[in-house]
Design a protein around this ligand. Structure first.
Ligand SMILES: [Mg+2]
Length: 214
């Protein structure tokens, strides 16, 4: 693939935060909506990659406890998100891409200020051209890709999105190429939802796939 820009998902792609997020996400569903652990886990996983706010509203439409549940999740998340580690090859992969002359972006369903603080604490905030987080009506996917296109003059065909969830793949459709990371979901899961492109088990493997477009 010849590209100018690489856009990374954050949770589960650059940061090893999914076990933690799933744990509190499931815990909140059990607490507020009286569902079994098995049911909550299933509901969490099938909507993962979306902002938690949407995960709750999709799973429990119009429930009066939604706002309280979402608030508690965000409070638990901010308490411990900064303790979650980067994957061991995240920094070296980003640096490798910069060396090739690529623009490196983050597009995430986590709030922008949270991601910026996370990378500041890890000492690598300045590696990214822009970190684009979630706010209502400005989501990972179309909104973020359009923003990168118009603000940084990168055409869709020159960008690639790298993510770990099936929703990441879905949101790349019609915009740009996608590389799936097989951690939370396996090769078969990505194939089942129609992903025909590349998949890697570790982030560093994308260096074998990507070339700088000249
Ligand atoms: Mg993710």
């Amino acid at each position: 693939m010849e590209k100018n820009a690489v856009i990374f998902d954050f949770d589960g792609t650059l940061a090893d935060s999914m076990p933690f997020l799933e744990k509190i996400g499931v815990q909140i569903m059990i607490k507020y909506f009286d569902v079994s652990r098995e049911d909550a886990t299933q509901r969490y996983r099938t909507t993962t990659g979306l902002p938690y706010e949407q995960q709750i509203k999709m799973n429990f439409p119009d429930n009066s406890k939604n706002e309280e549940a979402i608030e508690e999740f965000e409070r638990l998340k901010i308490e411990r998100i900064f303790e979650q580690e980067l994957f061991s090859d995240s920094e070296s992969t980003v640096r490798g891409l910069l060396k090739l002359g690529m623009g490196v972006f983050v597009s995430s369903s986590t709030f922008q200020t949270t991601i910026e603080e996370y990378f500041r604490r890890k000492g690598i905030l300045d590696l990214f051209k822009e970190i684009i987080g979630y706010r209502p009506s400005f989501e990972k996917g179309a909104d973020h890709f359009n923003h990168i296109q118009s603000t940084h003059q990168v055409q869709f065909k020159d960008m690639v999105f790298v993510g770990d969830s099936l929703k990441d793949h879905e949101r790349s459709l019609g915009f740009c190429d996608f590389i799936g990371i097989t951690r939370m979901f396996g090769e078969q899961d990505f194939r089942k939802v129609g992903h025909t492109g590349h998949m890697v088990a570790n982030l560093s493997e994308i260096m074998d796939i990507l070339k700088k477009k000249t």
